[in-house]
Design a protein around this ligand. Structure first.
Ligand SMILES: O=C(O)CCC(=O)C(=O)O
Ligand SMILES: [Fe+2]
Length: 351
């Protein structure tokens, strides 16, 4: 309330609508804010009095405190001015503390707004002449989703570390690093109908499965994937068969990535998978790829390789090296082979 009070001043005409205590009708501002509730007794003016009633009834009194006398002075001044009109006029605080009878939103906004540091990327969300509410909502939803899914990925990785008898945050600390290179990808696979709009219904190829996302392994540490109710994800079995993963929007599909295969020295395998489109509904999937910092050194964790029994399978490299190499190949190429270790290295990983 006091925020609005400080923005409005009343110019007294008939004075029968303006509150003596709660409106700002003199240069002293709002009287209740000056005197507090004690003022009702000190001035002998009831809480509900209008300025008009005070002017009509109140006789000039003398008080011991200066402020009370100043208020009496304002009442006398008000009695003496005589503005023609029917109603009291609300005056709005404008630039440089001046009051006028026009309300200007932008001026009021400037006065009440607490300036905050600009949010990174805000230009992509707010445009100068419109409020793109859906992009703003999407931005907030994605930010919250990424935070939650990252937490889930870290918990899975902590359980993985525990299962391998490794120190608790061996893997998750790579994801939690401030400069971790994690990504959220949204995939949309149009239905066969949408995909082949214009094709004749008699065209038999409409019902054949089509590859929407070619076979590959995910390069990062761990992937947490969710989809709508439309299937399409398939996983390669060692014998070469493709096995479909049944779609369920209430579950997550977790893939081991290439880096986790390296760090576990091949105990966890990054599985080959692909997405196909068949039916008449379109598939949507959201994949969170939990990755380390580009500078992170990746190699088999020392606690996993116990010398003779577990020969070291991979050499140490940085995530930046791996990405650069991966992007130079085709999606389905095997990228890990080149990082296989030929000699029995003992790199210092700092784990
Ligand atoms: O849509 C899918 O289920 C697969 C997506 C995928 O493998 C990927 O984005 O890497
Ligand atoms: Fe994938």
């Amino acid at each position: 309330m006091s925020l609005e009070r400080s923005r409005v001043s009343m110019q007294i005409v008939k004075a029968c609508e303006t509150s003596f205590w709660f409106d700002s009708w003199s240069s002293l501002g709002c009287i209740i804010e000056k005197l507090g509730e004690r003022g009702y007794i000190d001035l002998g003016i009831p809480k509900t009095a209008t300025v008009g009633e005070v002017m009509a009834m109140q006789r000039r009194r003398h008080h011991r405190t200066g402020l009370l006398n100043q208020i009496e002075e304002e009442i006398t001044k008000q009695r003496m001015c005589n503005i023609a009109g029917e109603r009291d006029i609300a005056l709005w605080k404008g630039e440089k503390d001046s009051y006028r009878n026009k309300f200007v939103t932008s001026e009021t906004w400037r006065q009440i707004r607490n300036a905050k540091p600009e949010m990174e990327g805000y230009k992509g969300v707010w445009f100068s002449h419109s409020t793109p509410k859906y992009s703003f909502i999407t931005c907030s939803a994605v930010t919250c989703y990424v935070e939650a899914i990252k937490q889930l990925a870290c918990e899975i990785l902590d359980l993985t570390a525990e299962g391998l008898r490794l120190p608790p945050h061996t893997f998750s600390k790579l994801i939690r690093a401030v400069d971790s290179d994690s990504v959220l990808r949204l995939n949309h696979y149009p239905s066969s109908n949408q995909f082949l709009s214009g094709a004749k219904v008699s065209d038999m190829s409409v019902s054949l499965p089509r590859v929407g996302f070619g076979e590959h392994t995910d390069p990062q540490i761990l992937t947490v994937l969710r989809s709508n109710r439309v299937g399409g994800l398939q996983v390669a079995f060692p014998d070469g068969r493709w096995v479909s993963v049944s779609p369920d929007p209430s579950t997550f599909c977790v893939n081991v990535g290439d880096l986790l295969q390296v760090m576990t020295n091949g105990r966890f395998l990054s599985v080959r998978h692909r997405a196909v489109t068949t039916g008449h509904a379109s598939r949507l999937s959201m994949a969170y790829f939990a990755g380390p910092s580009v500078h992170a050194k990746i190699g088999p964790i020392p606690g996993i390789i116990t010398a003779a029994e577990q020969p070291r399978l991979y050499r140490t490299f940085t995530w930046a090296d791996y990405k650069k190499f991966a992007y130079s190949l085709s999606l389905g190429d095997n990228r890990l082979d080149i990082f296989r270790s030929c000699v029995d290295e003992h790199d210092e990983l700092g784990f």
